[in-house]
Design a protein. Structure first.
Length: 197
């Protein structure tokens, strides 16, 4: 395991947001990731402010099944290949659902082992992604990698991820984030290292 990977795992264990690179399925797009159990309003706001992409909840198939969340388009017809489940919101404890605090509340409810599908409503402002059963070995993407990293960090089996755009609206690359990474001391993990390690 690389030193960068070790640092990223330690950061996730400490509740920090990391940068995840090397998603070969999305042409090299990069993401923020945080363990879902540590997805505070502050973490969600950081992702929304600096990532600007869709904030998604990365779930294992077992978690999704427990919550009654299935793939929106499970077949092959008009398939994008993006494993989205129906959008969700916590049934209680939220107002409009879109604020950072409301989204953090929805994530907390979704990953609470005591929660069931009855604790969520749809549509909502949190977008579940359902990982491939085989993890990064089957699908080397940010979704599966974030779950694997959170597992290795001992921080559960769910993550919150958000794709990162540049100021001009184009998808960011690692070089575009040098100042942000330095300013916030962000750890960086590459999915290729995870697959190799």
């Amino acid at each position: 395991m690389t030193r960068a990977l070790d640092r990223a795992i330690a950061a996730l264990a400490a509740g920090e947001v990391i940068v995840l690179t090397g998603d070969r399925l999305r042409g090299g797009d990069i993401d923020f990731a945080v363990a879902a159990r540590h997805a505070t309003a502050e973490a969600i706001n950081f992702m929304a402010t600096h990532g600007k992409g869709l904030i998604c909840l990365a779930l294992t198939p077992a978690q999704a099944m427990r919550l009654g969340i299935s793939l929106i388009n499970p077949g092959s017809d008009r398939q994008s290949g993006r494993p989205h489940g129906r959008s969700i919101e916590a049934r209680t404890g939220v107002s409009t659902g879109i604020s950072a605090a409301d989204r953090a509340r929805t994530v907390a409810v979704a990953v609470d082992p005591a929660s069931t599908g009855d604790d969520l409503v749809s549509p909502g402002h949190v977008f579940p992604l359902i990982a491939a059963p085989g993890g990064v070995a089957e699908r080397p993407a940010a979704l599966e990698a974030s779950i694997e990293l959170v597992r290795r960090a001992g921080a559960g089996e769910a993550a919150v991820i958000c794709s990162i755009m540049r100021e001009d609206g184009e998808m960011a690359r690692l070089d575009d984030l040098a100042d942000l990474i330095a300013q916030h001391g962000l750890a960086v993990a590459d999915i290729g290292d995870l697959s190799a390690g």
